[in-house]
Design a protein around this ligand. Sequence first.
Ligand SMILES: [Zn+2]
Ligand SMILES: [Zn+2]
Length: 229
Amino acid sequence: MKKCLLCGQYFISKMSILNLFSLHQKDRKSICDHCLKKFIHVPEKHCPICSGSSKQNQICSDCVNWQEIYGEKLLINHSVYLYNRAFHDLMVNYKRYGDYILYAALQELCFKELSEFKADVYVPVPTSPEHIAKRQFDTITALYGSLVPLTNMLGKKAGLGAQGEKNRAERLTSEQSFFVKENFTINFQKCTVLLLDDIYTTGRTLYHARDALAKIFPNAKISSFTLCR
Ligand SMILES: [Zn+2]
Ligand SMILES: [Zn+2]
């Protein structure tokens, strides 16, 4: 019997033949089937650029707006789930209330999909220094750190406030707050880089992160991965 990290109910983890040979997968079962059903995968038909909703597989209105700024240089983003009530509640507990153990539930929700994206370098989108101090942990590093090797090459300026506390217009107009740390002199020029974040909301944060990297490594192939869109 296992205790579900989300609802606290005890449940029996069903094991398939595949699970039997994969210790990792077996260990990661921390959400009961009832809770798992509340998370909705990005549907088959979605925006080919950002994974956002699009009934006809056409480019979504958010990406059309980004096209006006970036032209052809749009950021390809892969998201696993749609941002719904279940995700909202989970993220509030994880981020606002600093419930560290929920990283295991988040990992369970995305480790399979993440393993399908092979990159040379995995770069977490940094949390502001104030938030790390408040929660005592970096939410993105805790989530992805044991799934893929992370290269913490991006820094975030202090004192600019969190995107999560802003409305849509404020998010879209927020200034660049990321920079590449100076000690990263390794040549990432021709690498494939996967930026990692939790939620793709307007795309502003991930475009800023991409821009900061692309300025220093203009030939790197940069895309992004987030839990939700
Ligand atoms: Zn549950
Ligand atoms: Zn889109």
